[in-house]
Design a protein around this ligand. Structure first.
Ligand code: SAM
Length: 472
């Protein structure tokens, strides 16, 4: 039944394989010798299987857990250095025909004010985002064939890329919209999107169907096979994730890794990103009604083990998490975070709209982008606004081979410093500017390749003179 390369949802996400894996993990959780062999393999940075990962997650030995954290940190540094990529979500429309029982956009919710941005409103939102310093967005929309057809999404992407306000520019638009057809994925690719992101919510079919009682999203196979269609449509950067809290974390953790393995085995390229959202309070949604909430300590282990299992993937955490959890999660393998986010439609121009009830969920981190950037610098992470890879055609397996070749220090580090320098000149507060300039000066010297270092230095001077958008 389990077939990693099958394109049928119930074969590459096999329920019996997940259950067998859970049983294997339970049976071996005290087998320290076996666990140690997995840890040695993990240290090599080539990933571990879903079975091995499930066993690590089941183990409650404190020394082993601390070792897992250390390995996750090492791997994060090996592949991503201390760079943290910044992004912001942009909510286009909260019209939705689905009945997802955990989401305030569900069709029956009459409290929420339905809203869809016009192209002019998108322009205003994008200018507000550019004025904060953002270069990378994640577009979000409910599923509504009449209000939010693919043409609306495509037009919006075009509008976003066309806006040049002062030195601002959105250079990468990632898209998180409902599962769609190969033809539509091809259109999204042609529109120049970065990553196509779709959360599975849960991999448990029975539970999935209960959580999605009505609407097109209720089709488990169509949703689960979406990334296969996206690949067929030519999108080779795809982002997966589950909404932790809907199903038992053990089940979805294994399903998520099996999905990553399926993509890697079938297309030669694993997920570009993995997101780890946890269910939040929202209008008409009470988290107390869901029995599978994931406590912090387990959540931290989940993040660390995903980092170990899929070393090359970008790992994303949103403002659903508090400053405190985010600080810890950055240590355990997260490589992308959002900052200054608004989850309401039109919320960047009119923050008061949050109280008008169009928000998707309650954010836990309310800081401005500048505050988040300053905080990252204090924690010795490099806030990066880099979007170079996909603009240089380094997507899919080409992106993965850059990571695997270890050229990060000569390519990604300078790109991070250059985009941070742009942020400093155009948007940073005086305190953040001082901290960032010190970091840039210090890290410029650590670029190993002499030629790359000299070029980065030349570009930094050009930025100082007002030029923009240099990249390696
Ligand atoms: N409509 C698209 C779809 O069907 O996939 C995606 C857009 S939706 C705005 C983005 C994600 O928000 C969903 O995939 C879901 O995981 C998450 N979400 C929904 N309700 C949530 C809640 N109460 N707390 C946290 N995240 C939530």
């Amino acid at each position: 039944m389990y077939n990693i390369k099958s394109k049928i949802a119930e074969e590459f996400i096999s329920d019996s394989e997940i259950r067998d894996t859970m049983a294997y993990a339970r049976e071996n959780k005290d087998n320290i010798e076996l666990i140690r062999t997995i840890l040695s393999k993990a240290r090599e940075g080539k990933g571990i299987t879903h079975r091995e990962a499930a066993l690590l997650l089941e183990c409650d030995n404190v020394d082993i857990i601390n070792e897992i954290y250390d390995i996750a940190k090492e791997i994060k540094h090996k592949f991503y250095g201390n760079r943290i990529v910044m992004f912001a979500p942009l909510y286009l429309s909260n019209y939705c025909v689905n009945g997802c029982v955990y989401c305030p956009y569900h069709l029956k919710n009459k409290n929420i004010r339905r809203k869809k941005l016009s192209q002019e409103e998108i322009r205003q939102e994008v200018i507000a985002l550019q004025d904060m310093g953002h270069k990378r967005l994640a577009l979000e929309a409910g599923e509504h064939p009449v209000e939010n057809p693919i043409e609306y999404i495509l037009e919006s992407i075009k509008t976003i890329y066309s806006i040049k306000h002062k030195n601002g520019a959105i250079r990468r638009v990632n898209v998180n919209i409902a599962a769609t057809t190969v033809e539509n994925y091809r259109k999204l690719r042609d529109a120049g999107i970065g990553t196509y992101i779709l959360f599975q919510e849960t991999y448990n079919k029975e539970n999935y169907e209960a959580l999605h009682p009505t609407g097109p999203k209720s089709n488990y196979a169509y949703h689960t096979e979406a990334m296969d269609r996206a690949m067929e449509g030519g999108i080779d950067d795809v982002g997966i994730g589950v909404l932790f809290g809907l199903e038992t974390y053990r089940y979805d953790f294994i399903g998520l890794l099996m999905h990553a393995e399926h993509l890697e085995a079938t297309y030669g390229v694993g997920p570009h990103t993995i997101s780890v959202p946890r269910l939040c309070m929202a209008d008409d949604i009470d988290t107390a009604d869901f029995k599978n909430a994931v406590p912090d300590d387990i959540f931290f282990r989940i993040v660390a083990i995903i980092r170990i299992a899929v070393p090359y993937t970008g790992m994303i955490i949103s403002t659903r998490e508090s400053e405190k959890s985010r600080a810890r999660l950055l240590e355990l393998g997260i490589s992308q975070i959002s900052g200054g986010s608004r989850t309401s439609v039109g919320g960047y121009v009119k923050p008061e709209d949050e109280s008008e009830n169009s928000a998707q969920f309650d954010v836990a981190d309310h800081r401005t982008l500048d505050e988040v950037v300053g905080w990252l610098l204090d924690l010795d992470h490099i806030p990066s606004f880099c979007t170079a890879c996909y603009r240089e055609g380094r997507t899919g397996d080409r992106f993965m081979s850059l990571l695997k070749s270890g050229q990060i220090a000569n390519c990604c580090l300078p790109n991070a410093l250059l985009t941070l320098r742009e942020y400093v000149d155009d948007y940073a507060s005086p305190e953040v500017k001082e901290k960032a300039m010190a970091m840039i000066q210090r890290l410029l010297q650590t670029i190993p390749n002499e030629k790359a270092r000299a070029t980065a230095d030349k570009y930094l001077k050009a930025i100082d003179e007002g030029q923009r958008d240099f990249r390696f």
